[in-house]
Ligand binder design. Structure first.
Ligand SMILES: [Zn+2]
Length: 134
C-alpha cells in the first residue's frame, strides 16, 4: 500500500490480528514523508458470494445493501452508524461460516441479520422483522 499523503512506499511497523472481528490491524509508516497511519484488512465477500432469492436467480452480494437494512433498523440509536458498521461485519462473518462455495440464500442473510439484531437491540430486531419476513 502506498502512503495516503504522498503516494510513497510504506512499511508495516506493527500488525495485530483481531480474531473476534476477523480483521488485521496494521500500523504503516511512509518511507518518503515518514507519515504514520493505520489500515484494516478485512474479508470482502462481494467478489466471491452469489445470492439466490426465491426466484432462484443469482445476484452479487452487496454488503452496502446489508449495511443499509441494518442501519435502517438501528436509526433510533445515537450510535446507529457505527453499530450498523460493526453488526454488518458480524453478520458477514457469520454468513461466511454458512457456505463453502460462495452460494448464499437471501433467506439466510435475513435470518442471520435478524438473530444478530435480536441479541443487540430488541427494537431494531422488531423493525427489521417487519421489513424482512423470513
Ligand atoms: Zn508519505
Amino acid at each position: 500500500m502506498v502512503c495516503v499523503y504522498c503516494g510513497g512506499n510504506t512499511n508495516v511497523s506493527n500488525s495485530r490480528p483481531q480474531v473476534k472481528s476477523n480483521r488485521i490491524w496494521r500500523r504503516r509508516s511512509c518511507n518518503n514523508c515518514q507519515a504514520v497511519f493505520t489500515t484494516i484488512e478485512l474479508y470482502d465477500p462481494s467478489q466471491t458470494w452469489m445470492v439466490y432469492g426465491s426466484d432462484n436467480k443469482p445476484s452479487a452480494f452487496i454488503s452496502e445493501k446489508l449495511f443499509l437494512s441494518i442501519y435502517e433498523s438501528l436509526k433510533h440509536r445515537p450510535s446507529a452508524l457505527l453499530d450498523a458498521k460493526y453488526l454488518t461485519e458480524t453478520v458477514i462473518n457469520k454468513l461466511g461460516r454458512t457456505t463453502n462455495n460462495g452460494v448464499i440464500k437471501k433467506d439466510t442473510i435475513a435470518k442471520t441479520a435478524s438473530v444478530s439484531l435480536h441479541r443487540f437491540d430488541k427494537v431494531a430486531h422488531t423493525h427489521y422483522q417487519a421489513f424482512h419476513k423470513p
